[in-house]
Write a protein that binds this ligand. Sequence first.
Ligand code: SAM
Length: 279
Amino acid sequence: MSDDDYRQASLRVWEEMAAGWEGDRTFLWDASRGVGEWMVDALDPQPGETILELAAGVGDTGFAAAARVGPSGRLITTDFSQPMVEAARRRAHELGISNAEFRTMDAERMDMEDGSIDGVLCRWGYMLMADPVAALSETKRVLRDGGRVAFSVWGDPARNLWASVPGRLVLEHTGAPHPDPQAPGIFAMASEERTRELLGAAGLEPRRMETVDMEWLFESPDDHWHMVIDMAGAIAMVLRSLPADEQAAVRERVEQELRPSAQGDGYRIEASCVNVLAA
Ligand SMILES: C[S@@+](CC[C@H](N)C(=O)[O-])C[C@H]1O[C@@H](n2cnc3c(N)ncnc32)[C@H](O)[C@@H]1O
């Protein structure tokens, strides 16, 4: 698939995922706030600054920064999926956030002035992009001298069984070839070495790089399955396209493999990210 075909397909995926991300927003932010708050603390937004969030989804990480820049500062919440941006706008309205603006924007080609941003946030976005060096180079271009970026990517697949098990079993079920580990996707930047290489190619230097772990509690296998079907990007799209009996067969195998993570009627599953501050 060419990069442009991938971009078109990925945009369709994330337009489809917006309803699920909006619906499960509270669960997701409660479960992952440690990752988002690490990013905001590391970025350390100051009153009056302009903070850009890329691939913001429903926007919660940026909203955690909005109070810090205060009324004289500005948060610019962006995503290439318009329904995600609309969901973020609704969320900001509910939260009473008045210093944020919203734009549909592709992080690989930013419609923004050079040197116009003090800090960039991007949680679980760069690894999904066709050309992460382009997106990181664009990040560097829009940052002022002394600006910084805080981002998060998913870490070791073996420590993210909530996604790597369904992902592998979908591939096995469909017979699709295993993708190149560096091809865009949830684990494309799981290796710290790879992330350092991409940052270097974009002229950015890591200042901090840390593994940030979470524990995700699912009250039932059903809750986990719904998260996969509602939110898991390309994996969700393939599962949704399967006939009901094939979907049920994959689900049964996922439940078997996740049995060691059973707790009560559901699961307690670890999730692990690599969080980075760079400048
Ligand atoms: C896994 S979600 C993460 C959403 C949000 N950052 C969060 O942490 O909850 C990935 C997001 O990246 C966005 N995305 C993927 N590729 C993008 C691109 N090239 N430019 C802008 N947004 C992109 C998707 O639309 C989606 O909202």
